[in-house]
Design a protein around this ligand. Structure first.
Ligand SMILES: *Cc1c(COP(=O)(O)O)cnc(C)c1O
Length: 495
């Protein structure tokens, strides 16, 4: 950035720290490492506290209200997870601590691997990928290496439905493979004819696999999933499941048992670790027997003592035989592993199933209520989320974005806008399992009022939000031309 950062509340000489007298001999710092062009703010403690508290209050958060951001599973993060992740013995454990000194942490990771495998029906799990997208990348690299090792390097095509999350085709491209897009049929399932044409036609020998989200990003369970899996396997391809929507499956359906070969979990979605500005995430991957030797490492296993030694077995790190390698420094985002561990532990077996059932029930409740006022393109039972169209035939100037911005005036976080791409003016709504009926009813009431305003007072929607600290942003410019300031009040107009 060329312009120096201006801290308006800085005042020369003001300090927020009070250091004790120096009780060691002073020495000079190497001058070549010293910089005097850093415009650091000079502020007192109270000003710092007020500044950050004010910022936090400008922010919308799951702890403040309903946050139905579809595809993201912005679920409540139980505070006990945070306590677990902050236990000093775990939080302050250095990643280079020796194996004997990290047995407790390794035990937790081992158990988490086991439970994730159990929940999804996979033999092997690696916790190392740092996000869903990195889990996808790991999965596609495993598939690629699997074919290369079987002397079929010409398999370079991954089938991807057109409802897919943008990371899916991006992952395929980054892994050096090619995307072949599949259309959806009228019910929102993968078009089986198109799938068969790809798997049985000219491309047959080039199919490396298929990436599919279940339930799909339309919130719909793929009606022909077994047939889809069989068709791809038949053609010699492997099946990748994007597991971002496990909130609609865990405790009820195991993707490994359906026949999937590999899947990523978004621990920061399904297993409640915070995300969305609060990251980092964790995109653990699970695999069946074919891909187990390719898992990214290191993974935690029980390591038996060497021959002739009578030490007890210990938890230790191992690299799988044909591992695609490391995805990340050290062992992945351990703090996220702890939160997911705590989450699963607290709920237990039947609790995990209830999470899914309530997530699906809440989504279907909202869908049934909102279908009276909004167009729902696929009016069948949904999973944990559903998609609506944010426009009305008799209010042609109103778009999904106007509805979302107006929702902010009613105190709600907007749903996901304009995704999935195959639905015009899409509003993707995911209530999650922890919301009460009262919260859902209040949301429905606001959405109904907005639908009425769209007809009677469209300007109200076009000018929304009216209550937010900033209005409609030029999001691209805001990200590219960052202006940092501490201004207590934002300039007129706010944007
Ligand atoms: C969130 C999401 C991803 C990507 O996960 P990140 O953790 O954000 O990288 C992939 N697919 C679907 C369907 C998602 O919802």
């Amino acid at each position: 950035m060329s312009e120096p950062i201006i801290y308006e509340i800085s005042s020369p000489g003001r300090v927020g720290v009070n250091l004790p007298e120096c009780d060691v001999p002073e020495s000079t710092l190497p001058t070549d490492l010293m910089r005097d062009d850093l415009a650091l703010p000079e502020v007192g403690e109270l000003q710092v506290v007020r500044h950050f508290v004010k910022l936090s209050q400008l922010n919308y958060a799951i702890d403040k209200g309903f946050y139905p951001l579809g595809s993201c599973t912005m679920k409540y993060n139980p505070k006990v997870n945070e306590d677990a992740a902050r236990l000093p013995g775990l939080a302050q454990l250095h990643p280079l601590t020796d194996i004997e000194g990290s047995q407790g942490a390794l035990y937790l990771m081992y158990e988490l691997q086991k439970w994730l495998g159990e929940i999804s029906g996979f033999e092997g799990v690696s916790l190392t990928p740092a996000a869903g997208a990195q889990g996808e990348f790991a999965g596609i690299l495993m598939i690629r290496n699997y074919h290369v090792d079987r002397d079929e390097p010409e398999r370079d095509i991954i089938l991807v439905p057109n409802s897919a999350h943008g990371t899916n085709p991006a992952t395929v491209t980054m892994a050096g493979l090619k995307v072949h897009e599949l259309p959806a049929d009228e019910e929102g399932n993968v078009d089986l004819d198109a799938l068969k044409a790809a798997c049985e036609g000219d491309l047959r020998g080039r199919i490396a696999g298929m990436m599919i989200t279940v339930p799909s990003t339309l919130g719909l369970f793929e009606g022909h999933i077994l047939e889809v899996i069989e068709t791809v396997h038949e053609a010699g391809g492997l099946m990748y499941m994007d597991g971002a929507n496990m909130n609609a499956l865990m405790g009820v359906v195991k993707p490994g048992e359906l026949g999937f070969d590999v899947m990523h979990y978004n621990l920061h979605k399904t297993f409640s670790t915070p995300h969305g500005g609060g990251g980092p995430g964790s995109g653990a991957v699970g695999v069946g027997d074919k891909l187990k030797p390719y898992l990214p490492g290191p993974i935690v296993d029980i390591v038996e003592p060497a021959e002739g030694e009578d030490d007890a077995p210990l938890y230790g790190f191992v690299m799988p035989e044909n591992s695609i390698g490391r995805m990340k420094a050290f062992h992945g985002n351990f703090g996220m592993h702890l939160r997911a561990y705590a989450y699963i532990r607290v709920y237990g077996d039947s609790g995990i199933r209830d999470v899914t059932r309530h997530a699906v029930l809440n989504a279907n409740y909202l869908r049934a209520k909102l279908m009276k006022t909004y167009k729902v393109p696929y009016p069948r039972y949904c999973g944990h989320e559903f998609v609506m169209e944010g426009h009305f035939d008799d209010a042609p100037d109103i778009h999904a974005l106007d509805i979302s911005k107006r929702l902010m005036d009613y105190g709600f976080h907007p749903p996901t806008n304009y995704f999935p791409l195959i639905v015009p003016e899409a509003l993707l709504i995911e209530p999650t399992e922890t919301e009460t009926k009262e919260a859902l009813d209040a949301f429905v009431e606001a959405m109904e009022k907005i639908a009425e305003e769209a007809r009677t007072n469209p300007e109200l929607l076009h000018d929304a939000p009216h209550t937010a600290p900033v209005k409609r942003l030029d999001e691209v410019r805001a990200a590219k031309e960052l202006i940092l300031c501490c201004a207590p009040a934002l300039p007129e107009g706010g944007d």
